[in-house]
Design a protein around this ligand. Sequence first.
Ligand code: CU
Length: 173
Amino acid sequence: MRFYGIALAASAVVLGACAGGDKGAGDTSAVAVDTSAAAAPAAAAPAAAAPAGGTATAAPITGKTVEVKMIGDAQGYRFDPANITIKAGDGIKFTVVSGGPHNVAFDPATIPAAASAQLDANIPEKMGQLSSALKTNAGESVTVSFANIAPGKYPFHCTPHLALGMKGEITVQ
Ligand SMILES: [Cu+2]
């Protein structure tokens, strides 16, 4: 155990030293990005080549980021606000306030096929097509970029609480 830990730490230092140059620049969300990057390569490479999710790559937010709360309390389960109007290029940050786990998911049947692959690529940490990973603790969040997403209406929901009415609609102008 101890030896393994030391070996890991040592290789991390070496990696850090080598990769320091390219990684240092955009470090705002480096912690989350690095975790998935470290785990992903083996699995992600074949998945990206597979036909399922299309060939889109994540398009970063270029505009403003709107904040939406994910709430579950005595008054029910909800997104607040539930109806959000943004422009293409904006992003939405969904943050757990209470009542988790919550997520942000789009029903593939309601999303235009042309937008589906890009929207799917713009969702970080997914647990399925057009479906973000679950976030349980207050303060945890999911930020979805709507860059490169065509104008239109995008209904969304929380998978665990869909039956309880936790849903909303995003209008991209
Ligand atoms: Cu929920």
